[in-house]
Design a protein around this ligand. Sequence first.
Ligand code: TZP
Ligand code: MG
Length: 216
Amino acid sequence: YDLEIMLLAKKNIPKTDIYAILGEEFSKSRSNIEVAKELIEADVKIIQYREKDKSKKKKYEECKAIRALTKEKGVTFIVNDDISIALAVKADGIHIGQDDMPIEEVKRLAPNMIIGLSTHNESQAKLAIEKEADYIGVGSIFNTTTKENVEKSEGLNYLKWVSENISIPYVAIGGIKEENIISVKDYGGYCFAMISEITGAENIKGKIKSIRSKLR
Ligand code: TZP
Ligand code: MG
């Protein structure tokens, strides 16, 4: 019984405002590790590693280093897509999309990890709940050039529906910027995932401060 509680506790997803996603092609020639350090110093509580084109070895090495940094400061570390790397570095979680390995398989391979699933419409959200995702991504909220072939979504209206109908944690994503974040909040957003706005900011700490002052 105690063990069960411990396992559940492991899945604690921090209640937080900013979900920062690393991607070196957006980070103005700073390394993922440098950006992760700045995010941690800025008191960001969830960091996701998302690299699509690097070698497995490179991804593993970066994730290993970022895991050490995040562990030390109690920051939740999520790996995008790659379950083998998530397991190898003992990440807190794995984030998958609709076209990745099926969630039931990911749960079987990583029963104690936080599992996040991207969703773009109501039926995907309902299915995510049925399959016991720990949280869902909701988007794309706005147009974005960060991701190619972004799945169509009703954006803010879909977010509103999620806020009224879904009881598990959710994270809004896609084109979110300091200048539009309040509209996302108005449609039920409370945790905001961003790549370019944060990872691509000249001054990452300043950007986070300024976003947080808008949210207050
Ligand atoms: N999934 C839906 S939109 C998106 C992802 C990974 C990209 C978000 O990037 P940005 O720069 O915050 O718009
Ligand atoms: Mg994916």
